[in-house]
Ligand binder design. Structure first.
Ligand code: TH1
Length: 834
């Protein structure tokens, strides 16, 4: 038992409550101290990598007091907290974000200048924390940012993957994956907490409690340890600092001394090696579930450690367990953390001795669930035999949850066998499967979708019967949002300065409703020119980035047409590249004089394909093959360039997004639940070319239909088209046919490589309706071009769009969750009197 101090804590308290120093000399001192003392640098061995590390450590010193204060304060007042459980946090970089949050950017710029570096270069030394795939992981990061900035007591919980999202290289036009060794150099943004470690059991067998029907003892020798690493979340313009607690796995049968003594060193450490694999690597699938056993064990390690930690914190309050829902709200980020539900039930019943009914009441009042997709291939299902083997107790609990649920439904709708089959948590397939979305739904008091159309769709499809059984009120919408800190103030300094000038100060960063004032500047010629110039500068920055990452030279005066997101058939990058091919064909038909009249365009792609997703990888190859031919065609020159930027990431997005003229969000209607980059592009003054899908719809409603280029069929028409195409050949229009023909004539290399992509349309039922939407897509492109010809019209659209984007701040999303789902309140630490 560690000893506590023998004196009162006043000395300690004085330090931990002192205001952080903004004095440049003091900051310089701390940076130099870290260079020499933390990183053992001599004047001869200082480099930019260490200058980054020393500066980051110095910034984090300044964050820590506030971080401690925030948690101490929330504990002291007994605040209700929200726990955002997510297997993904796509954080990106933290250094610049922290500098802006603390208001110390200029000071550090000066200090670094004094020792011979430039702040921008030092920022570029930081590796992304890429612990996520795409939108879902980035949303989690924006949400913890908003919680911190809006002073909500909340924590993220996740896994500390040793290897994050793989790095993408393009070799010979193909994607090649390389491991993301992001922890190879010291990570200033994490704090190991060896004292916060929990055992997590797997396998084993059950022993029934002779005194209680529902209680079991679960015995197993396979025990892993989950150790906490805490990651600070700097709140902009507030003293509050949020926290993301990430678990790292190790074995707790640390070192088998017997084996070691008998000379089997490998065997002695073998357990540790096998255990670490649990948090070794992020599964690189977006919107797909591949059902691997290791993934299930990852999910359970995460859920068990998190539930144990939440309960440990709760027990310190000495309040009865029935009050857990008054102190803790838990949000499930999709079904990936759903095992938290049976895990909480297990702890409450087997360890705490509660009755089933008491435990179920507490559990369902604590959990809420966000659904992010209805794609069938993304739906998590676990085979009953697999679950039973790895987590026998949880399988039993899930059976009971299902049994009681079905009994209730049977009472409500007597004799409706078909209904019971449809809603059962256990799917009667061979083998049986546990439907995680149904478990999450039954275990939660609220279920939400991530954009209005998506929330409607889930009520009409996967949760249709649940709406009937559990009532309309349980199923709500919480439209996604993005953080204005990272996605405007940080990534677009020039436009941010213009907004600040109009608003009068930088308060819009934490209150995006203020951007409305931009509308007053619509007629200001000088302002409009500076707005255009800001965009132009961002385009030049991107052109530079394209040159260094691909070697391709593009003109910053061309229209920048961007589609960056995970490569997936439903997102239809294929439709985009077909339209590029068609455009190339048209340009080749023209005389040089005619080509002169065209709007020059740079078509930019970026995004990763899941490593096992063959079709997506062929799409990347096709894009690169088209790029090679078009870009080296001297006749075409700057009128058309095609670029695939490798290794898309949060940091790459921060350069790409502010530079768009138009961005494409062209999923088949009804397939993209929300999208979040659509919001980022418009917030940065870009225009959307998109389908009537996800959050595109609400963006259109907010900014006005004149500011957005919609095309394509509507969600309610999709089923009929698909049905028709199952029995009838698609009829490509002449434009699409031209693109097929060019590919088949080997214009972009061996046609055989790409024939499967064409076959998916012509013989595979064209599931994503490319042949249906292509004509209106081409028309929409023409409309974009016409609008872009008039700078004036374009600038008006751009300013109006940004002015009307307030709704899409993640601060608004978080406030809605706080008020309607979590029942928590802001608790600013400022003047808290601790
Ligand atoms: C995405 C959705 O596709 C996207 O439309 C949405 O904006 C985003 O979530 C945030 O709500 C999803 N990402 C994943 C990742 C996995 C499984 C399902 C989804 S849905 C691994």
């Amino acid at each position: 038992q560690p000893k506590t101090p023998s004196k009162d804590d006043s000395e300690f308290r004085d330090y931990s409550h002192s205001e952080i120093s903004r004095d440049v000399a003091t900051i310089k001192n701390s940076v130099v101290m870290h260079l020499t003392a933390t990183f053992l640098r001599t004047p001869a061995s200082i480099d930019s990598a260490h200058a980054y590390l020393a500066s980051a450590f110095s910034v984090r010193d300044r964050l820590l007091q506030r971080w401690n204060l925030t948690n101490e304060y929330h504990d002291k007042i007994g605040a209700k907290r929200v726990y955002y459980m997510s297997l993904e946090f796509l954080i990106g970089r933290t250094f610049d974000n922290a500098l802006l949050a603390l208001g110390l950017r200029q000071e550090y710029s000066k200090v670094l200048g004094d020792v011979g570096f430039c702040l921008e270069d030092i920022i570029d030394e930081e590796r992304d924390a890429a612990l996520g795939n795409g939108g879902l992981g980035r949303l989690a990061a924006c949400y913890v940012d908003s919680m911190a900035c809006s002073n909500y007591p909340g924590w993220g919980y996740g896994l500390r993957y040793k290897y994050g999202m793989f790095q993408q290289q393009i070799l010979n036009g193909y994607q090649v994956e390389a491991p993301d060794c992001w922890l190879d150099s010291p990570n200033p943004w994490e704090f190991p907490r060896p004292d916060v470690t929990y055992p997590v059991k797997f396998y084993g067998h059950l022993v029934r409690d002779p005194h209680s029907e529902h209680r079991f003892k679960w015995e197993s020798n396979v025990v892993y340890d989950a150790m906490a690493f805490d990651v600070p979340v700097p709140g902009y313009g507030t003293t509050n600092v949020g926290n993301i607690r990430l678990w790292s796995c190790k074995t707790n049968t640390l070192f088998d001394l017997n084996k070691f003594n008998s000379g089997d060193y490998q065997g002695a450490t073998g357990g540790q090696v096998a255990a670490q694999i649990l948090t070794d690597v992020l599964y690189p699938n977006d919107n797909t579930n591949d059902g691997k056993e290791l993934r299930l064990r990852q999910e359970y390690l995460f859920c068990s450690a998190t539930m144990q930690d939440i309960l440990a914190r709760f027990r310190k309050t000495n309040r009865p367990l029935s009050e857990l829902p008054d102190l803790a709200a838990i949000q499930l980020n999709d079904t990936h953390p759903t095992l938290g539900v049976p895990e909480l039930m297990r702890i409450l019943i087997d360890d705490e001795g509660l009755s089933w009914d008491e435990a179920w009441d507490i559990t369902t009042r604590t959990f809420a669930f966000t659904n992010h997709t209805i794609l069938p291939e993304a739906m998590e299902k676990w085979p009953v035999p697999m679950l039973d083997k790895i987590l026998p107790r949880h399988m039993g609990i899930i059976y009971d949850i299902n049994l009681f649920f079905l009994q209730k439904v049977e009472k409500q709708f007597p004799g409706d066998r078909e209904l019971l089959n449809k809603i059962s948590i256990i799917e009667e397939s061979n083998p049986q499967q546990v439907r995680m979305a149904f478990l999450a739904c039954v275990g939660s008091h609220k279920v939400n979708g991530v954009a209005a159309i998506h929330s409607d769709i889930i009520k009409q499809t996967i949760f249709k019967d649940f709406v009937r059984i559990q009532g309309e009120d349980k199923f709500i919408n919480k439209t996604n949002g993005v953080s204005p800190r990272r996605w405007m103030n940080e990534c677009n300094p020039d436009m941010s300065d213009l907004i600040t000038e109009v608003v009068g100060d930088r308060s819009w960063v934490n209150d995006l409703t203020k951007v409305k004032q931009l509308e007053g500047k619509l007629e200001d010629v000088n302002f409009r020119e500076r707005w255009w110039a800001a965009k132009q500068k961002n385009k030049e920055r991107l052109a530079e980035y394209i040159l260094t990452t691909t070697g391709i030279k593009v003109s910053a005066h061309a229209l920048f047409d961007i589609q960056v997101k995970r490569i997936h058939e439903y997102k239809r990058q294929l439709m985009n590249i077909f339209s590029v091919i068609y455009r190339y064909h048209l340009l080749k038909q023209m005389s040089p004089e005619q080509r002169e009249q065209e709007v020059p365009r740079v078509v930019i792609f970026a995004g990763k394909a899941a490593s096992g997703y063959w079709v997506a990888k062929q799409v990347i190859k096709l894009i690169n093959s088209v790029a090679e031919v078009v870009n080296s065609d001297e006749e075409i020159g700057d009128v058309l360039k095609v670029v695939f930027i490798p290794d898309y990431s949060v940091t790459a997005a921060e350069v790409i997004i502010p530079a768009s003229d138009i961005s494409q969000h062209i999923s088949t209607a009804g397939t993209e639940a929300s999208g979040t980059s659509n919001m980022k592009f418009v917030l940065n003054g870009g225009i959307i070319l998109g389908t009537v899908d996800g959050a595109n719809i609400e963006i259109g409603e907010e900014i006005g239909e004149e500011q957005i280029f919609f095309f394509g069929c509507l969600a309610h028409e999709v089923e009929d088209f698909r049905h028709y195409l199952r029995f009838n050949q698609p009829k490509p229009d002449s434009a699409l046919q031209t693109a097929f023909d060019m590919i088949q004539r080997n214009t972009f290399g061996d046609a055989q490589l790409f024939q499967p992509l064409i076959d998916a349309i012509m013989r595979g039922g064209d599931v994503y309706l490319l042949s249906v939407d292509f004509p209106s897509y081409i028309e929409a492109h023409k409309a974009v071009e016409e609008a872009y010809r008039s700078h004036d019209e374009w600038v008006t659209k751009s300013i109006l769009s940004v002015a009307r984007m307030a709704k899409f701040s993640s601060d608004r999303s978080i406030q809605e969750y706080a008020e309607e789902v979590w029942n928590i309140e802001p608790q600013p630490v400022l003047n808290c009197g601790l």
